[in-house]
Design a protein around this ligand. Structure first.
Ligand code: FES
Length: 256
């Protein structure tokens, strides 16, 4: 798939809470094809500690307006700099990178996100809805204040919530929600992105019920195109680069 290096214009940078912002970017012309699960590499300016680009997954694409959105969690100098971007500024992107989720692999999918891992699930859920599949979402967060953009997910399908402190939804982790505890779950496949321990539990859950579980790995990346090998993950087919062979894998392929 062809890759592009393009300057986008920042159209909006909306702060959702203390940690998260959503950046809307406008492309100068028609956007190329992009798929849910793919990511962009962003050039970070003005911070000496961030000479490498930062990988950010594609949160949403609006083909009509040639714009895309990125959900950014401020965790270091690079992402904090992204939080300061203002409308009119330019942002240099290499995109679209990586493989993607198989949107039509199941007619009853459950999309499970934890933390910033919910980012690609919005784009995924929208594409599923477009082809007549009704996804459900299970979102895990530390507390009610960490839940973001719920309305956007509710517009696509049913949304179930767990929080570690029980301030909203079921208390505990995603695996503790009642929809996961029934013998006959109302879904046939899991698509997930978030902390690795959460995805490992979901992979085990799916494996024991003979379901597919598609995971999007958040391994650390540097080059983003298979040169530095810093993102390697072990699979039954040997070591694979998360940036070009992933980030999406069927959990059955992973040596977890
Ligand atoms: Fe360099 Fe994947 S990030 S090989």
């Amino acid at each position: 798939m062809e890759k592009f290096l393009t300057e986008f214009k920042v159209v909006a940078n909306r702060r959702l809470n203390r940690e998260y912002v959503v950046i809307e970017l406008k492309h100068p012309s028609e956007l190329p094809e992009m798929h849910p699960g793919q990511f962009v590499q962003i050039k970070v300016e003005n911070t000496p500690s961030t000479y490498l680009r930062r990988p950010i997954s594609i949160h949403d694409v609006d083909k009509k307006n040639n714009s895309l959105r990125l959900l950014v969690q401020e965790v270091g100098d690079g992402t904090r700099w992204m939080g300061t971007l203002i409308p009119g500024q330019s942002l240099n992107l290499i995109y679209p990178l990586g493989n993607w989720f198989d949107v039509s692999a199941s007619d009853k999918p459950l999309l499970v996100g934890g933390g910033c891992g919910i980012a690609p699930l919005l784009f995924l859920g929208k594409q599923m809805k477009e082809i007549g599949i009704s996804p459900s979402f299970l979102i895990g967060a530390k507390s009610a204040s960490a839940l973001i953009e719920l309305k956007e997910y509710e517009d696509i399908g049913d949304v179930y919530i767990t929080t570690e402190d029980g301030s909203i939804g079921t208390k505990g982790y995603v695996i503790h929600h009642s929809i996961m505890r029934t013998d006959k779950p109302n879904f046939k496949a899991i698509y997930t992105c978030g902390p690795e321990p959460m995805m490992k539990v979901l992979a085990k859950y799916a494996g024991s019920r003979n379901m597919d579980c598609f995971v999007s790995l958040e391994n650390q990346m540097a080059c983003g195109f298979g040169a530095c090998l810093c993102c390697v993950t072990e699979t039954i087919h040997g070591n694979k680069c998360t940036c070009i062979d992933g980030p999406v894998f069927n959990s059955k392929e992973l040596k977890w």
